[in-house]
Ligand binder design. Structure first.
Ligand code: KG4
Ligand code: ZN
Length: 338
């Protein structure tokens, strides 16, 4: 079965074709056009600009990458949400039109489910159930227990900012460009993680919720105290390393606490923040200590892409109840996984 995936929930326009044979998925093509450079000028994603850029990008992409009759495609999977309404609409309308014209089944996919399924694109080694998923993206930070394909329960989530947002907002405070996550990671490499002791929100609470707003405030105060050092490169490196350390510490500790409680057969790290090398290493080390295999997407599938949407679509396509009449599909900015 060949699945076309379409993704336009934020600032990446992406299409991909994957083939699925039993449980082995192969990416045949995956194209991502990032608008990051355009939004960097504004310090964040501007929804109207994102929508216009998606429209400009998606038609040439389809023309260049796909057969005009859609002969190679069996199913179309598209991100229906969550995300920016104006951005989602491009992918959704294009998917509906292609499904209608080509007479192919249409499957709406949650962007978050897509991030989880990025770990099914690693070849033969695949996550086993029950899987504990740590989802860390620009808009979400959640611990989800996945009992089987498409069967989820939420065991914890952020009460305020997402981990990616915490990276992006604190990066902005210290004068690093958007998106801040990769910038903080880059500066952190040469900095001391112990330079500043930033708060680890809710770390000792018995539940699995997260909070990153205290970190933001603490960084703001630290910058005020050190006004004269704000342009000092080593200060930026140290503060970056300390921010990264605080975020990773909470993510890893809470995940491992959840592992103890729910005893999963595997752990899945998902979402754009999974590109963070230090987070990957720390979680890998902790998972190894308790003997639970950790699945992390390849770097190219960590950030937003359409191959992960197609992968989630492949499993959804196994049940015809998930096919949706194109007329009924609407972008849903608040679409929940559960
Ligand atoms: O999943 P994603 O690509 O988009 C959303 O669905 O939101 O995640 C984007 C987030 C941004 O907040 C970005 O700063 C963060 O992922 N990110 C990172 C790294 N690469 C991307 N955060 C920390 N370290 C990284 N290397
Ligand atoms: Zn994402």
């Amino acid at each position: 079965m060949r699945i076309l995936g379409i993704e336009s929930s934020c600032d990446e326009t992406a299409i991909a074709v994957i083939s699925g044979n039993k449980d082995i998925l192969a990416v045949e093509k995956s194209v991502v056009l990032s608008q990051v450079k355009i939004h960097a000028k504004y310090g964040g994603v501007v929804p109207e600009v994102a929508a216009r850029k998606h429209l400009e990008a998606i038609f040439p992409m389809i023309q260049n990458e796909l057969d005009p009759q859609g002969k190679e495609i069996d199913v179309i999977a598209v991100t229906a949400g969550p995300g920016l309404a104006s951005a989602l609409r491009t992918g959704v309308e294009v998917a509906k039109t292609l499904a209608w014209v080509w007479k192919k089944p249409l499957i709406p996919v949650s962007h978050i489910e897509g991030h989880i399924y990025a770990s099914w694109l690693n070849g033969e080694a695949q996550p086993v159930f029950p899987a504990l998923c740590l989802i860390v993206s620009g808009g979400h930070t959640e611990l989800i227990l996945m009992q089987n394909h498409g069967v989820y329960s939420r065991i914890g989530e952020t009460l305020d900012d997402a981990a990616g947002e915490a990276f992006d907002k604190t990066a902005k405070m210290i004068g690093l460009p958007y998106p801040g996550g990769p910038e903080i990671a880059r500066y952190a490499k040469e900095g001391s993680p112990d330079a500043f002791d930033f708060p680890r929100g809710l770390i000792n609470r018995p539940n699995f919720d997260f909070s990153f707003s205290g970190l933001k405030t603490a960084v703001l105060y630290k910058l005020r105290e050190n006004e004269t050092r704000i342009n000092d490169i080593q200060f930026k490196r140290d503060i970056s390393a300390s921010i990264q350390e605080a975020i990773i510490d909470v993510l890893v500790k809470k995940t491992m606490k959840a592992v103890k409680q729910v005893n999963p057969a595997s752990i899945i790290l998902a979402g754009g923040v999974s590109a963070n090398e230090a987070l990957r290493e720390r979680l890998q080390e902790s998972a190894r200590q308790v003997g639970v295999p950790l699945f992390v997407p390849k770097l190219e599938y960590s950030m937003d892409n359409a191959a992960m949407i197609a992968a989630a679509g492949f499993y959804r396509a196994k049940d015809e109840k998930n096919y949706l009449n194109p007329i009924l599909l609407k972008a849903d900015p608040n679409l929940d996984l559960i």
